[in-house]
Ligand binder design. Structure first.
Ligand SMILES: Nc1ncnc2c1ncn2[C@@H]1O[C@H](COP(=O)(O)OP(=O)(O)OP(=O)(O)O)[C@@H](O)[C@H]1O
Ligand SMILES: [Mg+2]
Length: 267
């Protein structure tokens, strides 16, 4: 095979500290999270599903819901939030601490919160969007497709995928369900974040396979050093795109998540 001279004109190969300078030319979906999009060439790749993993309290929900919130207020892209193990009311309340008014977005049909928790634990709910059969993956996907049509959603968050363990009897079934979720969201035109709880810092996901069946993995850390925990974030994998290889510090404040791409992390 003869390799012709390639046209690399759109790509800057200058070595930065971590060898990262840009991204591919594919269509990008910016998260709008300060300091994050520049780690991956301007944002996520459109219509793909990404894993957001981290230990308890590492900021998975904040990162993901901020992505949806920014989607509406900065890019006019409606979003769907599937909540599997929390009360949607608590989520609305929690996000107020970042000055994010989810209720307002819902009232304008820019955000739909699918309550997939109430039926699972058997409590009544007055939510507008409810998954009545949360143990059936196909039923949940059908609801997501309906809601997408309803509000013209472009973004989706599934928080958290640990619940897929309940709908899958075997490891094989779990992997199939995960792939089905990730691939279906992509196929219907949603750029999605799927959260995963991890139990130790050397792992990328709960079931040790989710990072293989999603297009990319964003890993959040909240590690203890000398009696203080510090937060950091890593773009561990992003198919089809160059990205930073550095672990970057971030903070959570009343403005939500802000990543510091120029600073280093030691742990
Ligand atoms: N207004 C705020 N200012 C600063 N930090 C905050 C604020 N609100 C929450 N936090 C921090 O964010 C953490 C919760 O983040 P978040 O709920 O996104 O984590 P998570 O990874 O989704 O957790 P879980 O595994 O429990 O679902 C809290 O434990 C707290 O440390
Ligand atoms: Mg959470």
């Amino acid at each position: 095979m003869v390799v012709e001279d390639s046209d690399f004109s759109g790509f800057d190969f200058d070595d930065d500290e971590d060898g990262f300078e840009g991204g591919s030319q594919s269509e990008r979906v910016p998260t709008g999270i300060k300091g994050f999009d520049e780690l991956c060439g301007g944002g996520l790749l459109k219509n793909r599903s990404y894993l957001v993993s981290g230990n308890a309290g590492s900021g998975k929900s904040t990162f993901s819901i901020q992505y949806l919130h920014n989607g509406v207020v900065e890019y006019d892209e409606p979003g769907i939030l599937v909540v599997t193990e929390e009360d949607p009311k608590n989520i609305r309340e929690n996000m107020k601490s970042y000055n994010m008014d989810l209720k307002k977005l819902e009232q304008h049909d820019k955000l739909a919160i699918l309550d997939s928790q109430s039926a699972k634990v058997g409590i009544p709910t007055d939510e507008e969007y409810v998954e009545v059969d949360p143990f059936d993956m196909d039923s949940t996907l059908k609801r997501i497709v309906e809601i997408k049509e309803d509000i013209g959603a472009k973004r989706c968050v599934f928080d958290s995928t640990t619940s897929l363990g309940f709908v899958s009897d075997t490891q094989k079934q779990l992997r199939i369900n995960f792939l089905k979720l990730s691939a279906t969201l992509s196929a219907i035109g949603l750029t999605s974040l799927l959260t995963s709880e991890v139990l130790d810092k050397n792992r990328m996901s709960r079931f040790d396979m989710e990072e293989f069946v999603t297009e990319g993995t964003i890993r959040l850390y909240n590690e203890r050093k000398e009696g203080v925990r510090s937060r950091s974030i890593e773009v561990y994998k992003m198919r089809g795109s160059d990205h930073s290889k550095k672990i970057n510090p971030f903070e959570i404040s009343s403005k939500g998540i802000e990543v510091h791409p120029k600073e280093d992390v030691y742990f």
